[in-house]
Design a protein around this ligand. Structure first.
Ligand code: ADP
Length: 182
C-alpha cells in the first residue's frame, strides 16, 4: 500500500471530461496500491456545498471547501481526485499552496466542441440565455497558465488522456511505473 498522498486537481469547462477521467483514474490508482477519494463538483454541491450558488463568492467558497477536504485527505496518504470546474486561477493556486502535492490537470475543449457534445444539454440552454452565470458562456473561465498536464479532450481518446496523466504521476514519483514482464 502506497502512503504518499497527493491531489489530482481537474479544471475545465462543463462537459470537458473531468468526471469521465476521474472515474477512469480511480481503478488504476487503486490497483497501484492507493486509497482513492473522488471529490466531484456535482456531488459536492448536493451535500458539502448545498445551498451555494454560482456567484464568484459562492464559487470560490465551494472550491476552497473542496481544497480543504482534499488537503485533509491527501496529507493522510489518500490519492484525491477533484473534478469541479474551478474557474478562477487564484483560488486554484490557493489550493495548490495549501495541498503542496498538487497535480493540476487542465481538461481543454473548445466551446464549439462542447456545444456539439452537450453531455448534459446545458450549453444549448445557456446560449439561449436560460441559464445565468454559465461558465464559458456567461461567466468567466481562467485557463491554467502552467498546469502539470493538459489533456485535449477534443482530439484525444479517454485512454490517451488517461495515459498522459499516469505518465505525469510516474515522472513525479507519485506512482510506481508498472513493471513490464517479457
Ligand atoms: P465534466 O465532468 O468535465 O463536466 P464529463 O466527464 O461529464 O465532463 O463529460 C465528458 C464527455 O466527453 C463524456 O461524454 C466523454 O465520453 C467525452 N470525452 C471524449 N473524449 C474524452 C477524453 N479524452 N477525456 C474525457 N472525456 C472525453
Amino acid at each position: 500500500m502506497s502512503d504518499r498522498g497527493f491531489t489530482i486537481w481537474f479544471t475545465g469547462l462543463s462537459g470537458a471530461g473531468k468526471s469521465t477521467l476521474a472515474q477512469a483514474l480511480e481503478p488504476v490508482l487503486r490497483q497501484r496500491g492507493h486509497n482513492v477519494e473522488i471529490l466531484d463538483g456535482d456531488v459536492i454541491r448536493t451535500n458539502l456545498s448545498k445551498g451555494l450558488g454560482f456567484s464568484k463568492e459562492d464559487r470560490d467558497t465551494n472550491i476552497l471547501r473542496i481544497g480543504f477536504v482534499a488537503h485533509l485527505l491527501s496529507r493522510n496518504g489518500v490519492a484525491v481526485i477533484t473534478a469541479a470546474i474551478s474557474p478562477y486561477r487564484e483560488i486554484r493556486d490557493q489550493n495548490r499552496e495549501l495541498i503542496g502535492d498538487f497535480i493540476e490537470v487542465y481538461a481543454r475543449c473548445s466551446i464549439e466542441a462542447l456545444t456539439r457534445r452537450d453531455v448534459k444539454g446545458l450549453y444549448e440552454k445557456a446560449i439561449r440565455g436560460e441559464i445565468q452565470n454559465f461558465t464559458g458562456i456567461s461567466d468567466p473561465y481562467e485557463e491554467p497558465l502552467n498546469p502539470e498536464v493538459t489533456v485535449d479532450t477534443e482530439t484525444e481518446t479517454v485512454e490517451e488522456s488517461l495515459g498522459k496523466i499516469l505518465s505525469c504521476l510516474e515522472e513525479k514519483g507519485y506512482l510506481e511505473p508498472v513493471a513490464v514482464s517479457a
